[in-house]
Design a protein around this ligand. Structure first.
Ligand code: NAD
Length: 373
């Protein structure tokens, strides 16, 4: 009997779902041979502290720290790696033989020269996100790294945050079938950016923050063509920060849709939710923050509730660096390679252009970010 004939119109009664055992999936960060790699960090600002905390717990060997402001590098050295060498000159750090991998934790504009210098010095690189402000420049940097036989990866730590890592592993294992849609909805408070350099980024939410979710959308829809991106940003009536804190983006993939919904001005009852709908199952993740998420998988057999532990920063940073180190050891491209990241950036740049122009934009059509200015 059809739904209409049965009188349900697709509105099924809420049923008690049978609990099933969650699938064992390889969602934890790789464990590289940490003794083989010496990490040098250039840029010891806000995020570098979180990275170093995670690296130390993972046993990664950080041997040198560099910041234009020496006191920043010294303070991180004293806190996390007391044996590390400190300098204010990136050329000195790059000249050291014990540095085999460089972690670039500066902002994107000043990172370009640092990436080029690191390649020139024969070092593998982990770049903070957003990788670059221009797709053609990014492709050129990837070519230069390839030509030098070096790995250039991007610190898209979101892919290793436990809830996304598990949902991505489930997607890759085919547990949901073909992906139809993914919806990211976030209500959080980004007011900490007031008075910081981040406030100067016009598209702060869709670009500097949103790149994580454009990247995740590209991962969930790996191998599928992105056709169009539409986006909208507006200032909230209640916000104090300069850049618009309300933002939406919709990405049309071949046979699928991804939506990003952001309100960055929510102080109470914050919620972060992701829904992945496949042809044969669904995955949902929800919680008050990126580091406090409950994951559920729904399918014909019932519901599975994997027990995951970890946080956005810790597993994220251990995972992003671990993947690069593992790729160096195994002589392969890292899954967070910069060339792959250009696809995520193309989605993001299309969204920024769409928000500016008020029309859908084809990814790749817009080559540069309009985030700043
Ligand atoms: N992955 C994440 O979750 C995440 C979170 C926050 C920030 N970020 C990204 O990390 C990057 C840095 O952000 P931040 O908040 O740490 O910025 P920040 O301004 O606090 O730190 C940047 C540091 O780089 C130093 N610096 C700049 N040029 C340098 C040079 N040539 N040599 C040595 N040091 C130099 C500055 O002195 C400063 O201390 C940004 O791209 C940001 O988007 C990523």
């Amino acid at each position: 009997m059809s739904d209409q004939a049965s009188g349900s119109y697709g509105l099924s009664e809420v049923e008690l779902q049978r609990e099933v055992i969650a699938p064992e999936l390889a969602w934890l960060p790789l464990r590289p041979d940490t003794r083989r790699h010496g990490i040098g960090v250039i840029g010891c600002g806000g995020i570098a502290g979180e990275q170093l905390k995670a690296y130390r717990q993972a046993g990664y060997r950080v041997v040198a720290l560099c910041d234009l402001d020496e006191s920043r590098a010294q303070s991180l050295r004293d806190r996390y790696y007391p044996e590390a060498f400190v300098t204010t000159d990136h050329r000195v750090l790059l000249g050291r033989e014990d540095v085999t991998v460089v972690d670039l934790a500066t902002h994107p504009a000043e990172r370009v020269a640092l990436i080029e210098a690191s390649i020139g010095a024969g070092k593998h690189i982990l770049s903070q996100k957003p990788f670059v402000l221009d797709l053609d420049l990014g492709a050129r940097l990837c070519d230069e790294a390839d030509a030098a036989g070096l790995r250039l990866a991007v610190n898209q730590n979101g892919r290793w945050a436990p809830h996304y890592s598990y949902l991505l592993a489930a997607t890759r294992a085919g547990i949901f079938g073909e992906i139809q849609s993914i919806n990211f909805t976030q209500h959080w408070d980004h007011t900490w950016t007031v008075g910081t350099p981040f406030e100067a980024i016009r598209h702060l939410i869709l670009f500097d923050y949103g790149i994580h979710w454009f990247d995740l959308a590209a991962q969930f829809f790996a191998g599928r063509r992105a056709l169009r991106v539409s986006a909208l940003v507006t200032r909230s009536i209640a916000q104090v920060a300069r850049p618009p804190f309300l933002a939406q983006a919709t990405i049309e993939f071949d046979g699928g849709l991804a939506t990003l919904n952001f309100n960055a001005n929510v102080r109470y009852g914050q919620e972060d939710r992701t829904f992945v709908a496949g042809g044969q199952g669904s995955g949902v993740s929800y919680g008050p923050s990126l580091s406090d998420q409950t994951v559920e998988l729904y399918g014909e057999d019932g519901v599975a509730r994997p027990v995951l532990s970890g946080t956005w920063f810790h597993e994220g940073f251990v995972g992003a660096m671990g993947e690069l180190l593992g790729a160096i050891e195994q002589g392969r491209q890292p899954s967070n390679g910069a060339r792959d990241n250009l696809r995520s950036l193309a989605l993001c740049f299309a969204a920024l252009a769409s928000a500016d122009a008020g029309r859908p934009v084809v990814p790749g059509e817009v080559r540069a970010s309009s985030a700043i200015g």
